[in-house]
Design a protein around this ligand. Structure first.
Ligand SMILES: Nc1ncnc2c1ncn2[C@@H]1O[C@H](COP(=O)(O)OP(=O)(O)OP(=O)(O)O)[C@@H](O)[C@H]1O
Length: 263
């Protein structure tokens, strides 16, 4: 990695009772990079994510964004500092149109109150449409979210996350529940946004074909520890990683096998 990393995690730990959910992990993430965080169930992925976004307070260690410490800050402050995450569109907002949902996110970013919404029907409409352009959803801007195809809803969720212009975007299993084509489309789009905006993405993912196809680098957790780090091909053949996945009955499929299974 060249200059100062965007995100620098060191000695990070969190226990629940006597259980070390995350046990002193360290990793870095540069702008323009897609980093996958993988590991078997209970490995500590969600706990790590929630410490980065401030929902959980770390017991020890440090999380720095551009040299600024995040540990001890409130989730909203961390969000303002440029750590975004994707959220599912809430049921109450699903009846709003696509563009209205993105406008809501822009309103929230600007710190306006929800009660202003009626007066603010035109609030940053152009900016919202621009964001929809970037995710290929401008043509569907006036449709209610609840009539969209699932893959399209995910695109809108991505546009909503972009409203905060995050420097680092956290995505927790972004392709869960999607068909292979939709998955690939969403990850290709994510990759495009990373490149175009110089943004960084940290994502968890159970689908290994997605990880191998789109991650620039991967980190692997097992029982709270970071057991491997590297490029997807290095990780696939890493003995420790194989062992952990064999231990849970899971193995990595080669992409060709995965494709065959889908067909
Ligand atoms: N709020 C909590 N209270 C107590 N224990 C917790 C809590 N959250 C997580 N844990 C424990 O910490 C460990 C790590 O959990 P975590 O959810 O971070 O794993 P994960 O890798 O995200 O798993 P999965 O893939 O199943 O979502 C597990 O042993 C889990 O039971």
């Amino acid at each position: 990695m060249s200059n100062t990393p965007l995100l620098k995690v060191a000695g990070l730990g969190k226990s629940f009772g006597g259980n070390k959910a995350v046990d002193g992990i360290a990793f870095e993430l540069a702008a323009g990079e897609l980093l996958a965080l993988i590991g078997p169930n209970g490995a500590g992925k969600s706990t790590t994510f929630n410490m980065v976004n401030g929902q959980l307070r770390a017991d020890r260690g440090s999380i720095q964004l551009n040299g600024q410490e995040l540990v001890g800050r409130k989730p909203r402050d961390i969000w303002h500092m440029g750590v975004g995450r994707t959220f599912q569109i809430a049921e109450t907002f699903a009846s709003l149109t696509v563009v209205e949902n993105v406008q809501m996110a822009l309103l929230s970013q600007a710190g306006k109150l929800f009660s202003m919404w009626r007066r603010a029907a035109d609030f940053q409409r152009d900016e919202a449409l621009h964001l929809l352009d970037q995710v290929g959803m401008r043509a569907q801007a006036e449709r209610p979210c609840n009539v969209l195809a699932y893959g399209d809803v995910k695109r809108v969720e991505l546009a909503i996350a972009m409203a905060n212009s995050p420097k680092l975007l956290l995505m927790d299993e972004p392709t869960a529940g999607m068909a292979p084509k939709e998955r690939n489309d969403l990850m290709a789009l994510t990759k495009q946004l990373v490149v175009d905006r110089g943004m960084a993405v940290l994502f968890t993912e159970h689908s290994m074909d997605v990880v191998f196809a789109y991650a620039d680098r991967m980190i692997v957790l097992a029982r709270g520890r970071l057991i491997a780090e590297g490029k997807p091909l290095e990780i696939r053949d890493h003995p420790k990683v194989q062992e952990v996945y064999f231990g849970t009955g899971k193995t990595f499929e080669k992409p060709a096998q995965a494709a065959k299974k889908v067909a």
